[in-house]
Design a protein around this ligand. Structure first.
Ligand code: FMN
Length: 306
């Protein structure tokens, strides 16, 4: 997501067009942060290849004057079966951030997912749109914070909760190491050049309200409210002891539609349903976490042998 005029967006006909625009508009460390995967990016590439390998077999001679793609997901009626996955720190990528993405989801009546690591609060997103909304929870070491986030979502009338389970530590993003990418950006020789080459992004960054982890900032100690980096926050504060019992307790506290995101095996999918999940999201986090895991569309590969 980058600042683009409407006419410029109208010239985007496919994802590759958006990708080229993003590359042209964003500082290179940010572009590579969004575009990159973990380690050798084997999984990231496999995801794209697997998606391209889908083949559609059309049935013909059907009346298509009325097309209805409406379906129900996690208790929400959506007009088409494409949902918006959670992405943290969205205002880094466009100054309108999470509110704009949530409004776009509302416009097309599909589900928006707000990340724990968002730059807009749970309440501000709820105020910006009445469309279907899911909150994506990362479990922190301090249980009081997790409980507070769940309770705030209930008060703000979120439709569903999603627990991401593939990120107890941050994936090793080699591109970020190369470009000097940190969130917030820290000036290093490499990153400075990338940012200096995109003055309009820098202008927005310095003239917009400070970027922070909006849902968590009041829990970050005074004096250290500028988190040293997203990676160090994740590796320091996310709960590595997260287990099935904790997931069950989260489902019980939420008492509503509950998805577990990052499930990759049949055994874990069954267990998720046993502890009270209403859905599983088969995902490898876009290849950004554990490299060499299979793409979601190849899930049959990991089905147990009969
Ligand atoms: C820039 C960026 C930020 C992301 N932030 C989050 C996040 O905060 N929480 C989360 O659960 N997933 C996050 N993801 C992963 C996506 O939600 C999603 O899993 C990924 O794009 C792959 O799509 P898939 O899960 O449908 O296969 C992020 C992905 C990107 C590209």
């Amino acid at each position: 997501m980058v600042t683009m005029s409407l006419s410029s967006i109208k010239r985007c006909f496919n994802l590759e067009d958006f990708n080229s625009k993003a590359k042209a508009k964003l500082p290179s460390p940010l572009y590579h942060y969004i575009e990159g995967g973990a380690d050798d990016e084997i999984t990231r590439h496999r995801n794209t290849e697997a998606f391209n390998d889908y083949q559609i077999l059309p049935r013909v001679l059907e009346d298509v004057t009325q097309i209805n793609m409406q379906t129900t997901v996690l208790g929400c009626t959506v007009d088409w079966p494409v949902l918006l996955a959670p992405t943290g720190m969205t205002r880094f990528f466009h100054h309108h951030g999470e509110r704009a993405v949530a409004r776009a989801a509302d416009k097309f009546n599909t589900l928006y997912s707000l990340s724990t690591l968002s730059t807009t609060t749970i309440e501000d997103v709820a105020a910006a749109t009445r469309g279907p909304k899911m909150f994506q929870l990362y479990v922190l070491r301090d249980p009081a914070i997790n409980e507070e986030l769940i309770d705030r979502c209930r008060l703000a009338k979120y439709d569903a909760l999603c627990l991401t389970v593939d990120t107890v530590v941050q994936g090793n993003r080699e591109r970020d190491l190369r470009t000097g990418m940190t969130i917030p950006p820290k000036p290093t020789l490499n990153s400075l050049m990338g940012f200096a080459a995109r003055p309009s992004w820098c202008y927005r960054y310095f003239t917009s309200p400070a970027l922070e982890m909006a849902n968590l900032s009041h829990h970050i100690d005074e004096g250290s409210s500028k988190v040293s980096s997203l990676g160090s926050y994740i590796n320091g504060q996310f709960d590595r002891a997260l287990n099935w019992r904790a997931a069950e307790q989260i489902a019980q506290r939420w008492q509503g539609p509950f998805a577990i995101k990052g499930i990759m095996t049949v055994e874990d999918a069954r267990r998720a349903l046993d502890i009270g999940a209403t859905a599983v999201i088969i995902s490898n986090h876009g290849g950004r976490q554990l490299d060499t895991v299979p793409p979601p569309s190849n899930w049959w590969l990991i089905l147990p042998m009969p």
